[in-house]
Design a protein around this ligand. Structure first.
Ligand SMILES: [Ca+2]
Length: 356
């Protein structure tokens, strides 16, 4: 070997060692610690620009949690909620201007067992007190189960929210009903002129109970997780005017006869549901291996999944946590790329997943 070939030989040796080394292929090691406990069905986690966590609890509480100490501050000024079975205070999203204005969005159950509904409202947080409720969508269909209520704000400032079929499956196909839909609004509650049904907040239909909404930062596309009935939980790419098939069709099945049908991009599974819940797109420094991937959590199977996508298609998935903490409801990414997860067992925790 001549002297001039040495750098190439060294580079080749390094490449071979990386390709052959088990470490190059290993899943990144992580640890999970408890950041806060004593919560009751924490449903949404939103992380503010300063790193503080804002967490809803289904019985009707909103908390701020210090990411360093785990100290929990209970915020005041919450609306009265219908907290029963799977209804209550659920979705939370912070406005892009939250740091300056304190603006945030909550989706919660209203009324009583005799007249159940759901509501999407904008609030302003000042100090530890919530105020200035502005109702954006009211009298949404409600029930003990399938109340939807996940909320997300797009990069272009539009507000999206989900509503389940409120146990009236056929209503999900009715464009006059607000059940089984995903909505798109301006943040003042007005309907954008380019929504698919003129004058309606409905963006997509045919949903059973979408429990996660997240935008892919790479291309702005909206993705959603959705509970199937007894099989075929779904991962959906949400498109303007799309019909997602419920209750006629499920999962990745074809659906002849439904105009604008969009099959799920992936289903979990044919043999039974995993009880799919909240999702995020991962972007952060802690786990470069996961950059751009979807992470989602599940309820009855208590799992954390990682899904590798390529544009609009799902390539593969793996299970990172499998039942070790019981049911998992919500997931969020911290500014440093670590993750927060909430349990859903009744005496609940906010878990912090960091690189080991
Ligand atoms: Ca579907």
């Amino acid at each position: 070997m001549t002297r001039s070939n040495l750098p190439q030989a060294a580079a080749l040796a390094l490449l071979c060692s990386l390709l052959l080394s088990p470490a190059a292929w290993a899943r990144p090691e992580f640890r999970v610690e408890t950041l806060a406990d004593g919560l009751d069905h924490p449903w949404s986690i939103a992380v503010a620009p300063d790193g503080a966590l804002y967490v809803t609890e289904r019985p009707g509480r909103l908390n701020r949690i210090d990411p360093g100490s785990g100290e929990l501050t209970r915020l005041s000024g919450l609306p009265e909620v219908r907290a029963r079975a799977e209804a209550g205070l659920m979705g939370l999203a912070l406005d892009p201007d939250f740091a300056a204005s304190g603006a945030l969005y909550l989706c919660y159950s209203t009324g009583s067992l005799l007249g159940p509904g759901n509501r999407l409202s904008r609030f302003a947080l000042q100090g530890d007190a919530l105020g200035g409720e502005q109702v954006l969508l009211d009298d949404l269909p409600g029930a003990m189960w399938h109340n939807g209520c996940r909320v997300a704000v797009a990069a272009d400032g539009h507000l999206f929210a989900s509503m389940g079929d409120a146990t009236e499956a056929q209503a999900a196909q009715d464009p006059r009903s607000m059940a089984g839909k995903i909505f798109r609004l301006r943040t003042d509650g007005t309907v954008p002129a380019d929504n698919p049904f003129t004058g309606s907040p409905i963006w997509s239909l045919g949903h059973r109970n979408p429990q996660g909404l997240a935008f892919n930062p790479a291309d702005g596309a909206l993705w959603s997780t959705e509970h199937g009935p007894d099989t075929q939980d779904e991962l959906n790419l949400i498109e303007k005017g799309g019909n997602y098939g419920w209750p006629r069709c499920k999962g990745v099945d074809a659906c002849p006869g439904i105009a604008g049908y969009r099959a799920a991009k992936a289903e979990f599974t044919r043999g039974g549901t995993i009880a799919i819940s909240d999702l995020v797109f991962y972007r952060g420094d802690a786990f470069p291996e996961w950059q751009g991937d979807i992470l989602f959590v599940t309820l009855k199977t208590g799992r954390l999944y990682r899904v590798d996508i390529e544009g609009e298609e799902v390539r593969s998935h793996e299970i990172l946590i499998d039942g070790s903490f019981g049911r998992l409801r919500a997931i969020a990414v911290a500014p440093d790329g670590s993750l927060y997860l909430s349990t859903d067992n009744g005496a609940d925790k906010i878990l912090h997943l960091t690189r080991q």
